[in-house]
Design a protein around this ligand. Structure first.
Ligand SMILES: [Zn+2]
Length: 165
C-alpha cells in the first residue's frame, strides 16, 4: 500500500530524510526501523541511518528490501538515481499531504510525526505523535498508529469549514 513516509535525521531545527514509497504507517515502516535498529545495530540509531539512509540516496520502494538506487528494476532508470530528499523546510501545501509519516531517527530515540490539515484550505503540516526510546521495550505500533490517525482526524474536524454561514 502506498502510504508514503520518510526516514530522517535531525538537521538544524528540523530534519531531512529519504523518500519511502510503501507501508509508511507505524505497523509497517515504523516497526521495521525498530527491528533493524535493535537486531542489526544494538540500538544505535545513527549506525542505522548510515546504512539505510546514507547508502540509499534515492530512497526505498519497499523498505528494507527494494531501494530505487540498487535494485536492478529501478537502478536502470536514470530518473531514480538522484537523491529524493524530504525535509521539514519544504512547502507545507503539498509535501505533508503526500508524506504522511515521518520517522526522525537520532542515536537513542525516534520521533514519529504524522501529517495533518492546517486551518488554511489545502495546507498541511506534520505534528509530533510520539517519541520512542531505543533503550525501552518495543512500543505498541498499532496504538501509535491509531494515536496519529486520531490526531489527524481531530485536526481536520477542528479546522473544517463550518456549515453555519
Ligand atoms: Zn540503494
Amino acid at each position: 500500500m502506498s502510504t508514503r513516509s520518510t526516514i530522517a535525521r535531525p538537521r538544524g531545527d528540523g530534519w531531512e530524510g529519504g523518500y519511502m514509497h510503501s507501508d509508511g504507517y507505524p505497523t509497517g515502516v515504523g516497526q521495521e526501523i525498530w527491528k533493524l535498529v535493535h537486531e542489526k545495530f544494538n540500538g544505535d540509531g545513527e549506525a542505522f541511518l548510515k546504512e539505510y539512509l546514507d547508502k540509499h540516496p534515492s530512497g526505498w520502494s519497499i523498505f528494507p528490501d527494494n531501494c530505487y538506487c540498487h535494485h536492478p528494476d529501478w537502478a536502470a532508470r536514470a530518473d531514480h538515481k538522484t537523491r529524493i530528499t524530504v525535509s521539514s523546510t519544504e512547502d507545507k501545501t503539498d509535501t505533508p499531504l503526500h508524506i504522511e509519516w515521518v520517522y526522525i531517527v537520532a542515536p537513542g530515540v525516534m520521533t514519529i510525526l504524522k501529517s495533518f490539515p492546517l486551518p488554511e484550505p489545502d495546507k498541511y503540516a506534520w505534528c509530533i505523535v510520539t517519541q520512542v526510546e531505543f533503550s525501552d521495550v518495543e512500543p505498541d505500533w498499532a496504538a501509535i498508529e491509531k494515536r496519529g490517525e486520531d490526531m489527524c482526524h481531530n485536526a481536520w474536524e477542528k479546522n473544517r469549514p463550518s456549515d453555519a454561514a
